[in-house]
Design a protein around this ligand. Structure first.
Ligand code: CU
Length: 339
């Protein structure tokens, strides 16, 4: 039998679990989320005060009306607005609501201006394009040789303002990393943006927050906030072309990938595979997960994914090719060499 105390403890554990900074709106890991939280506290406090004041006035009016007794009985055909007690109540309620809404408007205005100032101070520009159901990530640079493309993973330097331009290739999605900033929609044919200035090194989880099809729940991305020198090291490493095959097995995998359907959807820098219909695979094995956060990056999961991608993520656009066992070993060996 489940006791109420057990349910309460489980609920508390879930609540506290949700408060971990990995994926939590109560985080303090970025300037933007701090601004949102400050605004949230102001809204909560003002609305609570308005609620208590209105309820107090309502109760006060009822008590006064009862005390007034027969003397305040409204005559037949007389409008309520002409009742002095009702007029006083309406003026009181109106004043509370007016003052409250004015305070909220002022708080919103200053929070909005503060975020807009942060957006004009960007030091890093990223273009994030949403697809059903994965994230295409491009690190922009005036020097084309420094432009970098990856997928389902963001790396951000700590304390550096970043502007993320948001696009969609198909339907409306929504970019949301609860620990770092608010939500922003990605709309086909329109470019939106969001700014993030991370304050704390760590790994955070992002998630599409707008229902975008059957695999919407499997459209996550990880965000690594790193010290600046570590971020630069990652960038340099990611700019390198894919590792060339060094063993007969990885060479067989390379040949299969280049000669079969894989290369018609995926790009691998330094090879003839250059399609961006699917995620860029240049440094596939350096990522934390497969298929936009669907599976952790393990050898077993790579086998399972390549052999039958429809099993783990039904409806995704990667077809089941039907590999022979030796082909599967070779392709997995080649993919795992892409670090
Ligand atoms: Cu979605």
């Amino acid at each position: 039998m489940i006791r109420p105390r057990s349910i309460g403890a489980a609920s508390l554990a879930l609540l506290l679990g949700g408060c971990q900074s990995y994926q939590s709106i109560f985080s303090d890991a970025a300037v933007e989320v701090r601004q949102f939280n400050t605004l949230f506290v102001i809204f909560l406090a003002v609305c609570a005060i308005m609620y208590v004041a209105v309820i107090a006035m309502l109760i006060g009016s009822l008590v006064r009306r009862r005390r007034a007794g027969e003397a305040n009985v409204v005559e037949a055909g007389r409008h309520h607005q002409s009742d002095p007690l009702m007029q006083t109540g309406l003026i009181g309620w109106g004043s509370v609501v007016l003052v409250g809404l004015t305070l909220l408007a002022i708080a919103s205005f200053f929070a909005d201006r503060s975020m807009a100032r942060a957006a004009t101070n960007e030091k890093l520009s990223i273009t994030l394009t949403a697809n059903q159901w994965w994230w295409d990530v491009t690190y922009n640079s005036a020097d084309a040789s420094k432009t970098l493309r990856t997928a389902n993973e963001l790396h951000l330097p700590v304390n550096v303002p970043v502007r993320i331009q948001l696009k969609s290739n198909d339907v409306i999605h929504s970019f949301w990393v609860p620990s770092l900033a608010g939500k922003q929609d990605l709309i086909p044919g329109r470019e939106t943006d969001i700014s993030i200035t991370p304050r704390e090194v760590g790994i955070y989880r992002g998630q599409c927050a707008e229902f975008c099809g059957t695999q919407h729940a499997h459209m996550a991305l990880s965000v690594d906030v790193e010290p600046y020198d570590q971020f630069l090291k990652w960038w340099q490493q990611q700019l390198r072309p894919a590792a060339a095959p060094t063993t007969p097995l990885t060479l067989a995998g390379y040949n299969f990938v280049m000669s079969r359907q894989c290369s018609s959807c995926h790009a691998i820098s330094g090879t003839t595979a250059s399609s961006h219909f699917g995620p860029d695979l240049t440094h596939f094995a350096s990522r934390r997960s497969i298929a936009a956060g669907t599976l952790p990056m393990t050898t077993g999961n790579v086998y399972g994914w390549v052999e039958d991608p429809q099993s783990a993520k039904p409806g995704n656009h990667m077809p089941t090719i039907g590999l022979e066992p030796d082909q599967l070993h070779a392709v997995v060996a080649y993919l795992e060499s892409l670090k």
